[in-house]
Design a protein around this ligand. Structure first.
Ligand code: ADP
Ligand code: MG
Length: 316
């Protein structure tokens, strides 16, 4: 990123954020956020990554003013969510994880109602422009319930941008979404980013975060376990993987003390993980040949974020 991204005040600043959901039965409840701190730099696409139940939606919903935090603080565009809740809310647009619409409003009405909610004067409204941007101009007067899932998602993005916030947050925008729609959403996000909007997205798809985000924070079980530029995070993966097909059935996965991990994939194929600082793919193959295997086929791959995540959390 540019220098200004490092020196400008952060778009979002989160400090020691904690959330405990009260239990119904008087027991302790769930500690969904255990003191999370990080900044979202201005002008970036920032990925908040973590498995289901990590606390991503809890964090987003605190920023949205939908969930009350238990402790800690958050500033949005310089506005504290407790001291200046209205200004904080005006600075952020949120696309929630769940799609909820009144089925009897049309896309145009959904945007007009939202603009009314923010007290935006009729002549300053952007409903038409936003429908164009999310390619729903031809659905302007259709009932929301007749829209496809993908159209609804796009309408939600438009709805989140009605008050022209400098920050757009998308909570799991591509969970359960097909390839086509995913591409459409990414084009839309990339376009908004080019227009200067700071974008935060949560996802549990590591590949997606790797492709889109300038910077990635990882949370797991309510704790921040990483927060780095994407490239640095990927470089943290010291492990590489080689997939080997041999000429006869494997009784079990090939084993050697120098391998980090070895897994039998099918009768004749095994995947061996090794540390690229200590050995090469050639050495892995040589060790297998010493054990009497004749190798038919080999492919290697760099560790991706999935592997980084496994290395950071020690889970699969
Ligand atoms: P994520 O979005 O990363 O999947 P969530 O923030 O939805 O994670 O959930 C974090 C934890 O908080 C989970 O253990 C979840 O069960 C719990 N949780 C989320 N919402 C509520 C709620 N309204 N009441 C009680 N527990 C909740
Ligand atoms: Mg969630």
């Amino acid at each position: 990123m540019t220098d200004s991204a490092q020196t400008a005040p952060p778009a979002i600043a989160i400090r020691d954020l904690q959330k405990r959901y009260a239990a119904q039965d008087g027991t302790e409840g769930t500690l969904a956020l255990k003191g999370v701190s990080f900044d979202v730099p201005q002008g970036q696409i920032f990925g908040l990554l973590g498995p289901n139940g990590a606390g991503k939606s809890t964090l987003i919903n605190i920023l949205a003013g939908l969930v009350n935090k238990t402790a800690g603080s958050a500033e949005i565009w310089g506005f504290d969510i407790d001291a200046s809740p209205r200004n904080a809310k005006r600075s952020i647009g949120i696309v929630p994880q769940e799609i909820v619409f009144d089925p009897f409003f049309t896309p145009f009405e959904v945007l007009e109602n939202q603009a009314g909610f923010y007290g935006i004067a009729k002549r300053l409204r952007r409903s038409k422009e936003l429908l164009d941007a999310v390619r729903l101009a031809d659905k302007r007067d259709a009932y929301a319930r007749t829209l496809s899932g993908g159209m609804k998602r796009r309408l939600l993005v438009a709805k989140a941008m009605v008050h022209s916030p400098p920050i757009l947050v998308l909570d799991e925008p591509t969970a359960g979404v097909d390839v086509d729609l995913r591409r459409q959403l990414w084009e839309l996000v990339t376009q908004l980013h080019e227009d200067g909007v700071t974008v935060v997205l949560t996802t549990h798809y590591l590949e997606e975060a790797e492709q889109l985000c300038d910077r990635i924070a990882i949370i797991d079980q309510g704790k921040l376990i990483a927060n780095k530029p994407t490239r640095e995070l990927v470089e943290m993966a010291r492990e590489k993987i080689v997939r080997v097909t041999v000429d006869r059935d494997l009784a079990e996965a090939p084993a050697h003390e120098a391998f980090v991990k070895s897994e039998k994939l099918d009768e004749r194929t095994a995947e061996i993980t090794y540390n690229k600082d200590t050995m090469s793919a050639g050495q892995v193959l040589a060790l297998m040949q010493q054990q009497g295997f004749i190798i038919d086929d080999v492919t290697t791959r760099e560790a991706d974020l999935e592997d980084v995540f496994v290395q950071l959390t020690g889970t699969g």
